[in-house]
Design a protein around this ligand. Structure first.
Ligand code: WQD
Length: 340
């Protein structure tokens, strides 16, 4: 069924995008990647090919260049799009709101323009649990009102609105909005994973850099939250489970029209201290941490109500926190060996 279906993956050399490309190729789809490499490397394309034995087409292109987007749709008959490309650092978005609104919204509008011109009617969009804001009760479910607490989050809220309105005006269009919780881990091959440049904003890659000795100590942002051990609770989902959720969503999108939204999470939360303990187990040594002040904008707890993805997509995440830390650590060790 998927043979000869060709999927454009924007941001396909990024952390989540690359794992989705692997599973698309393994599921028999043809894959075209468009990425401006602002937060990833061209080597990821070859790594995807090494894992799958199939080479995706690759265009180093920026969605801000509408002509370059049109060119891809003219070179290939694109049956569907999975849209990851976008800037995603919360703190950076507060400091550079114009860059975030311009990049994330204009890029999406260009993509939709080219899709409309070429009659491509299927879009799976990379959204985020950040759209649930700070006031909804956990577990978050898809019926809850959306809000945001920073420009990055508002670009996700706005893109969900844009996609919903455009699909409403085009009855044959199929749009799925996937709200990720906290993606972590890496492909078991150790060839692709999360390897941010510089000092990571997110917990798991920061812990990994403390485990390798690149950073001296973990700063736990607050231990006085209303949670079992006082530290922040999040719904960590293995990036390979998340990728499998995209394959299920794409299959659903090809057989339905209209817009729908799904949480992709595990349905339960783990605290910062639990993740630190799990990573210590994975890397075989105690990891140093200090309690630091709360990070502005953080909420105490965030985890998904996963019933809709289970009932409609038949999707349930399988990996445990231990699996996520094990695969993360394996990827980091492979990376270190490569650099030797
Ligand atoms: C997790 C927990 C921190 C770093 C963010 C984005 C979200 C999505 C996922 C894109 C929190 C604590 C963190 C550290 C810590 N990204 N922490 N020390 O904030 O839940 O979500 O990434 O869509 O939009 O907001 O993830 O990994 O930054 O934080 O104690 O050095 O770890 O307080 O409780 P977050 P995170």
């Amino acid at each position: 069924m998927n043979r000869n279906r060709k999927i454009l993956v924007t941001g396909g050399t990024g952390y989540i995008g690359s794992h989705v490309c692997v599973q698309l190729l393994e599921a028999g789809y043809d894959v075209v990647i468009a990425d401006n490499l602002v937060n990833s490397g061209r080597d990821v394309v070859e790594r995807i090919a090494r894992i799958t034995g199939r080479m995706p087409a690759f265009y180093e292109t920026d969605l801000l260049n509408l002509e370059s987007v049109r060119h891809i749709f003219r070179e290939h008959r694109i049956d569907g799009v999975i849209h990851f490309a976008g800037l995603k650092a919360v703190g950076e978005s507060v400091a550079q709101p114009l860059r975030y609104y311009s990049n994330n919204l204009t890029g999406t509008l260009h993509l939709l323009t080219a899709m409309q011109e070429e009659g491509c009617r299927v879009m799976v969009f990379s959204s985020s649990a950040t759209v649930y804001g700070e006031t909804n009760p956990v577990p978050f479910d898809e019926s809850m009102p959306t809000a945001a607490t920073n420009p990055y989050g508002y670009t996700k809220v706005a893109q969900e609105r844009i996609l919903t309105d455009i699909a409403a005006a085009q009855p044959d269009m199929s749009v799925l909005l996937l709200r990720y919780f906290n993606p972590v881990g890496a492909h078991p091959s150790g060839l692709i994973g999360e390897d941010p440049n510089g000092i990571p904003n997110n917990l798991m890659p920061y812990v990994a850099k403390v485990a390798t000795g690149e950073l001296p100590c973990i700063h736990v942002f607050g231990d006085d939250y209303d949670t079992p051990d006082g530290t922040g609770v999040r719904d960590y989902i293995h990036v390979c489970d998340l990728a499998r959720g995209h394959i299920r969503a794409l299959e659903y999108a090809f057989t339905h029209t209209g817009t729908d939204v799904f949480n992709l999470g595990t349905g339960h939360g783990s605290s910062v201290l639990e993740l630190i303990r799990a990573f210590s187990e994975a890397c075989g040594r105690e990891l140093p941490y200090v309690i630091a002040p709360r990070r502005p904008g953080d909420i105490a707890s965030c985890w998904a109500d996963i019933h809709k993805a289970q009932d409609v997509l038949g999707f349930t995440a399988q990996a445990t926190l231990a699996d996520m830390c094990r695969d993360s650590w394996h990827f980091i060790c492979c990376r270190k060996e490569e650099k030797i």
